[in-house]
Design a protein around this ligand. Structure first.
Ligand SMILES: Nc1ncnc2c1ncn2[C@@H]1O[C@H](COP(=O)(O)OP(=O)(O)OP(=O)(O)O)[C@@H](O)[C@H]1O
Length: 503
């Protein structure tokens, strides 16, 4: 995006903001100034305070102290939702769209006005609103049928239609595949050219360089720096986020001993077919890490979810250590030693009201104490262990998971998957929402368990997550179209994912 588009007027400003949750100081006298027309990145490690600032900038909660203003005017009262909606909108990772309502109803929610609704007029207006966004859906479609990409565009269109010119994008690319990210960025550029201001939160630092002009770094609830993106190198940016010098090093598969044919087969898929994938045969040996790559429609998620029992296979078998696992049963998969990090931590991953310790031990309750009850001392120990091993930012193991930042919740999901000492580990987007430094330590965990003989399957859109893999299988239209060894190149992999190379 062109820096020239930004002016000196401030679209949004937050000054001297402090916010506490009990003993936790989530924001400690921080500020941010977002110039009209710019795209301003907000980055920081998990738990740095980014989402808390977003909730204050969107009027979802009040700060304990400090002020927010838009275009030089003080923010509306918290109860004036309409006033906030005119100033700012946020596209969250978690949808704010009502799944049961149609696209048109979602676009006009809360503002049908008084009197009878003219459905035909509403549908026509909805179609007009979406037209510039090239969202190819019938506006009467239920919102639950939208892809993540379409859902985000509907949310942006909705924000613009109520007059907001400042939009916050909270990790918008976390659930998108490569081509969808490119399409989103093209649209952001066009919107910025038309004068829309963005605040952009992402753990993918290369995206900051691609779409933003200014970057602000928060660390441990404090403002560390604000600088033009062009003047801050990637290493300096990471140093500011972590507070310590030294680059990043993602563990690579090449550092582990090669897995020979003599190693026992831990997981065997024979003629496995299901929703979106067909006739998959695969053997994964003890200590071997397999990457599953492919576009969103490749069938990779469905295959992984069938292995850990979330989906029932149409035909074929899944065997762990030579024993067949009952199809479509997560409990049976767990019993055979399959651990999983699911795609959606909000729905399948965690029990938000339970503590870190309780969530981290959900898969092993029966083994820790009689009748599934864990003695408090042992539970506290497990909580401390999880916090230490997985680098979780929290006040203690007894803290409810609902209080944790998104990235830290993801670390609890990983702790839970590993608590059972699984023979086979299935990880879907394991580093989603996780900061750069924690990414490195989580991939280190995969490397470590592989060394102890666990077989792992890593499903991810991130090439960095594939570096820890011994083999990378690229799926295309439900089949394994390519297989790469440890020596894959980024170019080969991307070409195979997009289906532009010969088999
Ligand atoms: N409702 C809450 N109750 C208690 N503590 C909370 C609550 N919401 C956030 N916190 C704490 O405030 C701190 C900042 O959290 P926040 O969600 O703003 O971080 P973040 O920078 O968005 O992290 P991430 O990158 O993981 O999304 C964290 O320590 C978190 O545990």
């Amino acid at each position: 995006m062109t820096p020239a588009a930004a002016s000196t007027e401030l679209a949004a400003a937050a000054r001297n903001i402090t916010k506490r949750y009990g003993k936790t100081v989530a924001l400690n006298d921080v500020g941010i100034e977002i110039r009209d027309g710019e795209s301003h990145a907000l980055v920081g490690r998990n738990g740095a305070g980014k989402s808390t600032l977003v909730s204050i900038l969107t009027g979802l909660q009040a700060p304990d102290s400090g002020e927010v203003s838009f275009y030089g005017k003080p923010s509306p009262a918290l109860s004036d939702r309409e006033g906030w909606r005119h100033n700012v909108a946020c596209v969250y990772q978690k949808s704010t769209i009502m799944p049961a309502l149609s696209v048109a109803e979602n676009l006009f929610i809360n503002r049908q006005g008084k009197g009878l609704i003219s459905w035909s007029k509403l549908r026509k207006q909805a179609a007009e609103l979406l037209e510039p966004f090239d969202v190819k859906v019938d506006v009467t479609t239920p919102a639950s049928d939208l892809t993540v990409e379409q859902r985000q565009l509907v949310e942006i269109a909705r924000a613009l239609s109520v007059g907001a010119k400042f939009i916050i994008l909270d990790e918008p690319t976390a659930q998108l595949d490569g081509p969808a990210i490119e399409r989103l960025f093209e649209r952001l550029r066009a919107l910025q050219d038309s004068g829309i201001t963005f605040m952009f939160i992402s753990h993918h630092l290369e995206e900051i360089y691609e779409v933003c002009q200014t970057v602000t770094v928060f660390r441990d609830a404090k403002h560390i720096l604000t600088a033009p993106v062009a003047e801050l190198g990637r290493a300096e940016l990471v140093d500011a986020m972590t507070g310590e010098p030294g680059g990043l090093s993602v563990p690579g598969a090449a550092d582990r001993p090669t897995i020979g044919d003599k190693s026992t087969v831990a997981l065997k898929l024979s003629g496995l077919s299901g929703d979106s994938f067909d006739s998959i045969n695969l053997e994964v040996r003890r200590g071997e890490v397999i990457g599953l790559a492919g576009s969103a429609s490749s069938g990779k998620h469905q295959l992984a979810e069938t292995i850990y029992g979330l989906r029932k296979a149409a035909t074929g078998t899944v065997e762990v250590d030579g024993k067949a696992v009952k199809s479509g049963s997560v409990v049976d998969a767990l019993r055979h030693g399959v651990g999983c990090v699911p795609r959606d931590r909000h729905h399948e991953g965690l029990v938000p009201s339970l503590s870190i310790a309780e969530n981290a031990t959900l898969t092993v309750m029966g083994r820790l104490g009689p009748g599934g009850l864990v003695p408090p001392k042992q539970l506290a120990e497990k909580g401390r262990e999880a916090i230490k091993s997985y680098d979780i930012v929290a006040s203690g193991g007894e803290q409810p998971v609902s209080d944790l930042s998104g990235g830290n919740q993801q670390k609890v999901v990983i702790a839970r998957a590993l608590a059972n000492d699984p023979k086979v580990l299935v990880l879907i987007n394991p580093t989603a929402g996780v900061d750069v430094k924690s990414k490195e330590s989580l991939l280190g965990v995969v490397d470590r368990v592989a060394r102890t003989g666990t077989a792992a399957i890593v499903v991810s859109d991130e090439l960095d997550d594939m570096r820890v893999c011994d083999r990378v299988l690229v799926m295309f239209h439900g089949e394994v179209a390519h297989e790469f060894g440890r020596d894959w190149t980024e170019q080969d992999l991307v070409a195979a994912i997009e289906g532009v190379t010969e088999k």
